[in-house]
Ligand binder design. Structure first.
Ligand SMILES: Cc1cc2nc3c(=O)[nH]c(=O)nc-3n(C[C@H](O)[C@H](O)[C@H](O)COP(=O)(O)OP(=O)(O)OC[C@H]3O[C@@H](n4cnc5c(N)ncnc54)[C@H](O)[C@@H]3O)c2cc1C
Length: 384
């Protein structure tokens, strides 16, 4: 896509976010759902497939463009992006990058159109930060496979039409080897869901447990090579980390804008609180860290697209930006005083929403392990 086409899409997304989503943020939070009309608007704009390849009905953005869109998505409730995030990201990318031609044709156009919702089912009870320890199994059965196990915290599971499931297909192998990925129809006999999780924030974005009880899938449910699913998961998670970093920048911009607007008008002792230099300092720190985060994300995205760095950079961006937005939302609550602690004040909601960013798609500790380990291995340190 050329620069002008992309700019039009970015502007249209900005308009949708600011005119259609922001006015409904409180409703989304209280009702814990994205209204149907918004889902329609998201589909009409092609957002269910913005990062899926153009030849399969997506908009085919590269990472430089992806992060610019995420700056816009991040400016409102994360539930908005979450609805179409798994189709474009962790679930859709596995099929787009590693699926057979037949799998791509079968799933990608319908994911891109929003006719199907895909979920990425990797995490288990004792396999979160270390997914290589997963216990879900895939047993060969005639031509096909039988999948058994359970996954937790799976985004969009209650809405999902299909799951990209990671399971151990070779019981003899340990760690990352011997894990395969499968596309599993959510309606297949033996697939069931737990109750919707009650979360601290990000209301309107749904997660739940997913159970696979002897679920039979055909041979062509296997995505890519048998036993190579773990490296696929790592590849798509790395891309997702950079996207999440950009989402954090978008949220930091929003809470900064809310704080500046509030400080310029709310009064104490007859003068706007923005006159107090200690309030200005809160705003200055938010702004400074935000511009650093945005520059970092843009730099890492350019290196991702060129292939120079697809691992350490995305982790560094996710680490910095998710911690940065935590500080930004905390400062925003501080600028708002008591009002910042009350429900229905946007910064109170963002304060809770932001907390997830330091946990999912790899905790901050895991990002540090990836960054430190990656740099040391590049310097020749042997793997343990
Ligand atoms: C709302 C939400 C949505 C999610 N969506 C999805 C989804 O769609 N699909 C999916 O598969 N998963 C999803 N997840 C799972 C998410 O990615 C995991 O929760 C996350 O990776 C952390 O794993 P855990 O919860 O098992 O925590 P643990 O791994 O048990 O971590 C607990 C603590 O131990 C620390 N720790 C663990 N290992 C190390 C280590 N090696 N070094 C240092 N510290 C370490 C962690 O940093 C953390 O502080 C979601 C989670 C949430 C909450």
């Amino acid at each position: 896509m050329d620069a002008d086409d992309f700019e039009q899409i970015r502007k249209a997304v900005r308009q949708l976010v600011r005119e259609e989503v922001i006015p409904r943020e409180e409703e989304i939070d209280l009702d814990d759902r994205i209204p149907e009309e918004l889902r329609g608007a998201i589909a009409d704009m092609g957002l269910f497939g913005y990062a899926l390849p153009e030849e399969y009905g997506g908009l085919g953005v590269n990472m430089k463009e992806d992060v610019e869109l995420a700056f816009e998505f991040g400016y409102t409730t994360p539930a908005f992006r979450s609805l179409f995030g798994t189709n474009n990201g962790i679930a859709g990318q596995v099929i787009a990058k590693f699926g057979s031609e037949e799998q791509k044709q079968r799933y990608l156009p319908r994911l891109a159109a929003g006719e199907l919702i895909g979920s990425f089912a990797l995490t288990e009870a004792e396999a979160g930060s270390d997914p290589a320890g997963l216990r879900t199994t895939a047993r060969r059965d005639g031509d096909g496979w039988v999948i058994s196990g359970s996954k937790r915290y799976i985004t969009n599971a209650p809405l999902a039409d299909l799951f990209v499931v990671f399971a151990r297909s070779d019981p003899e192998e340990r760690g990352g080897r011997g894990i395969s990925s499968f596309v599993v129809d959510a309606k297949a006999p033996g697939v069931s869901l737990g109750a919707k999780d009650k979360k601290m924030g990000q209301s309107g974005a749904w997660t739940s447990e997913v159970f696979f009880d002897e679920v039979r899938v055909p041979a062509d449910a296997l995505v890519g090579e048998e036993g190579r699913g773990y490296s696929k998961a790592l590849t798509v998670l790395s891309r997702g980390r950079l996207h999440i970093a950009a989402m954090c920048v978008g949220m930091a911009q929003r809470v900064l804008d809310e704080s500046v607007a509030y400080a310029a008008t709310a009064k104490q002792g007859g003068a706007p609180i923005g006159r107090f230099q200690l309030v200005q300092a809160l705003i200055a720190d938010m702004h400074t860290e935000l511009v650093a985060g945005r520059a970092l994300v843009r730099d890492v995205a350019a290196r991702y697209d060129s292939g120079e760095d697809t691992s350490v950079g995305p982790s560094a961006a996710k680490l910095f930006c998710s911690e940065m937005v935590g500080r930004a939302t905390d400062r925003a609550v501080q600028v708002h005083g008591g009002l910042g602690y009350l429900r229905t004040t946007p910064v109170e909601r963002f304060y809770r929403d932001a907390r997830l960013y330091r946990l999912y798609e790899g905790t901050s500790e895991v990002q540090r392990v990836i960054i430190g380990g990656g740099l040391l291995r590049a310097a020749g340190m042997p793997r343990s």
